[in-house]
Design a protein around this ligand. Structure first.
Ligand code: ACM
Length: 264
C-alpha cells in the first residue's frame, strides 16, 4: 500500500483554485491514500463567523467533497482532507475520507486551537476508523496531535494508520508529537501540513511544512521541506501496525494498566 501527503500553500477563499492545485500536484504522484492539509480548500484565517459561514460547505454535497470524490474516482485512490463543514446551522473544522465511491468517513476536530475556538463548534462525533484497501484508517486534525488520548483511542479501535490533516504553526511541535503518537501506539501516521503565510487578522501565521509519514517505530519514512509544495508517497505494510510488541515480553497495548489511569 502506498500512502502520502500533499503539502501546498492554499490561497484564502480561492476554493476552486485550491482544488485545481491539488489536482495538479496529485497528477505527479502515485498512492492508494493521499492526505491533504487541514482546511485545504478555504485557507485558515477567517476574520469572522460570517466569513467562515460563507465558505463552509455541507458534506458530502458541497463542491470540495464532490471534487475530492471525482479526483478519487479518476485516480483510483482514497483521500483524507480537512474541510470547513456546515451542518445543521453549525460550523465544524472537519476531515473527510473519500474514495472512488464517495464519502467513507467524517470527523469533526475535537480539540480546537487558538482562534478556532471563536469560530467553530467543537467536534461532536466519536473517533472511528474506516477500511482503506488493506488498512484501517483513523482521522485526527492538527492540534489533536497534542492529546495522546485521541491517537490512543484510534489505536484501541484498531487503526493501522492515522491520517492527520494539519495547519501547524508552532515550529517542530506537531511533527515531534506525531512521531511519538506513532511509536507509542505502533501505528503509521501521515501528517499533511500546509506552507505559506496568512495575515488576515493583523496577526501573521506562518505554516511550517515538514509534512511527514512515520512508521510504527517512530522512524520518519518521508518528510517534505519547510517551504515547498510537493505530493509524495511511500510504500508501507499496514500489517506492521498490528504487531504491538516492543520486546519479547512487552506489548504496548496489552501492557496498559487502565485501572490506574484517571481519564475523566
Ligand atoms: C492547528 O490546530 N491548526 C494548529
Amino acid at each position: 500500500m502506498r500512502v502520502g501527503y500533499v503539502q501546498f500553500a492554499p490561497e484564502f477563499g480561492e476554493v476552486r483554485r485550491n482544488l485545481d492545485r491539488v489536482g495538479e500536484l496529485l497528477a505527479h504522484g502515485r498512492a492508494d491514500l493521499w492526505v491533504l492539509p487541514e482546511l485545504f480548500s478555504t485557507g485558515y484565517q477567517f476574520r469572522s463567523v460570517g466569513e467562515l459561514s460563507e465558505l463552509a460547505e455541507p458534506v458530502p454535497e458541497g463542491p470540495t467533497t464532490t471534487r475530492l470524490v471525482a479526483l478519487a474516482r479518476e485516480g483510483g485512490f482514497h483521500l483524507a482532507a480537512g474541510i470547513a463543514e456546515k451542518a445543521d446551522g453549525r460550523l465544524y473544522n472537519s476531515a473527510v475520507l473519500v474514495g472512488p465511491h464517495g464519502l467513507v468517513a467524517r470527523y469533526r476536530k475535537v480539540h480546537l486551537f487558538y482562534e478556532e475556538r471563536n469560530l467553530f463548534a467543537p467536534g461532536d462525533l466519536p473517533f472511528s476508523i474506516a477500511q482503506v484497501g488493506g488498512a484501517k484508517v483513523g482521522l485526527l486534525v492538527c492540534y489533536d496531535h497534542l492529546f495522546p488520548e485521541a491517537a490512543r483511542t484510534l489505536a484501541l479501535l484498531g487503526a493501522d494508520l492515522i491520517a492527520h490533516p494539519a495547519n501547524l504553526v508552532m515550529p517542530g511541535l506537531g511533527q515531534l508529537t506525531m512521531r511519538v503518537r506513532a511509536l507509542e501506539n505502533r501505528v503509521f501516521t501521515v501528517t499533511a501540513n500546509r506552507i505559506g503565510t496568512e495575515a488576515r487578522t493583523g496577526e501573521a501565521l506562518r505554516f511550517t511544512g515538514l509534512s511527514q509519514v512515520v512508521a510504527p517505530n517512530g522512524d520518519v519514512l518521508l518528510q517534505a521541506p519547510q517551504d515547498r509544495e510537493e505530493a509524495r508517497a511511500v510504500e508501507i505494510d499496514p500489517a506492521r501496525a498490528r504487531d504491538k510488541r516492543l520486546t519479547r515480553l512487552n506489548d504496548v497495548l496489552a501492557d496498559r494498566r487502565p485501572e490506574f489511569y484517571h481519564l475523566a
